[in-house]
Design a protein around this ligand. Sequence first.
Ligand code: SF4
Ligand code: SF4
Length: 142
Amino acid sequence: MKVPIAPILQGMGVTLSNFVKKPVTVAYPEQKQPVADRFRGRIYLKLETCIGCTLCAQACPNGSCYMVDYDPGFETPQNKRQKFPAVEISKCMYCSLCEEACPTDSIRMGKEYETGAYVRDFDYKPDRLSQNEAALGRGPYK
Ligand code: SF4
Ligand code: SF4
């Protein structure tokens, strides 16, 4: 029987070359890879600058972003009616159209991507949108 030496050596060569290469995987969630500069993660809202113009909600193609009445606990002369956006983040498709429509850069796509949780509370009202996941005590931060 003829032993296929060349293909075996070729395969061993691939194995050996990968054996000495630096691993591309990391031990997530203890280690994390940095995200790209233009990565679109979870949305954040800056309550201090939002003028309640509703453009973000109008730009949202699937109704994830909508306006609510909310009292942030401080004066908002730029937003007298105290209307702020809320986002149902389980429906959000991270398209960034709300961010692009905002004239004051108040609603922004962040870098955070760990929004999984053990409870189904993905309706982020303005108070939650203005904090990150660690501050909310959700997901892997529990
Ligand atoms: S990122 Fe897109 S889908 Fe998500 S809230 Fe903004 S406009 Fe809506
Ligand atoms: S987040 Fe921006 S677009 Fe949305 S209501 Fe506030 S100012 Fe207007």
